[in-house]
Design a protein. Structure first.
Length: 214
């Protein structure tokens, strides 16, 4: 989750009292809760304001419409995959990436994504926000992992690394969101472990000696 996001409506010069960051946080938390309960279609700004304990006037000073509010929430809960640490090997780099993605899907950003995916199919502004805040970070992480593996000689050059990102996103989202989990199971981390060997084979992976020195 990012903490430095400000909605578009807030970028104009501020007049009067400074904004109360705690109200922003309460409104973002309330938006996620209402989305989970009612989906995009059933969400109302009045219900969000009531849950956050603020007036609708306070909400509209920050977000001009329901769509702006949800876009703000998408950016606020944008996926945070954590730092891309070079482990020295593709297998462990990919494993870390897959499990970071699993944690994101099973956390607040995944809960928001699940609640608004249907609306994004016919709301271009929301689709663009989800792509920029949820897909692009993973694409960038995959590109870095693949480039390091090629440089180490673990895999041959990859013609289209973005396809590798799709091979991560598709199975992990569908398994986490659509496959009924076993009691007590962690579906995201389960598919992360199962997907890893297939990705390694698809990339033509071969082990190489890590010659790095501490």
């Amino acid at each position: 989750m990012t903490t430095d996001h400000l909605p578009d409506a807030s970028r104009a010069p501020h007049r009067g009292r400074p904004r109360d960051a705690s109200r922003d946080r309460a409104l973002m938390d309330a938006t996620l809760a209402e989305l989970e309960l009612h989906g995009y279609g059933g969400l109302t700004t009045a219900a969000v304001a009531r849950r956050a304990g603020v007036s609708t006037a306070t909400l509209y000073r920050r977000w001009r419409s329901k769509e702006d509010l949800v876009l703000g929430a998408a950016r606020d809960w944008a996926e945070n995959l954590g730092p891309d640490l070079d482990t020295g090997a593709l297998r462990s780099d990919l494993s870390r990436l897959l499990h970071d993605k699993a944690a994101a899907l099973e956390g607040a950003s995944g809960r928001l994504l699940r609640a608004v995916l249907g609306e994004a199919a016919h709301n271009q502004a929301l689709a663009d926000a989800l792509f920029g805040d949820f897909v692009v970070p993973l694409q960038e992480r995959v590109l870095a992992v693949v480039e390091r593996a090629v440089a180490r000689g673990e895999i041959p050059p990859v013609e289209d690394p973005l396809v590798v990102a799709e091979m991560v996103i598709g199975p992990m989202v569908s398994h986490t969101f659509l496959v009924p989990p076993a009691p007590g199971a962690s579906p995201g981390h389960d598919i992360a472990d199962r997907l890893l060997p297939y990705l390694l084979r698809a990339l033509g992976h071969r082990e190489v000696l890590d010659t790095r020195t501490d």
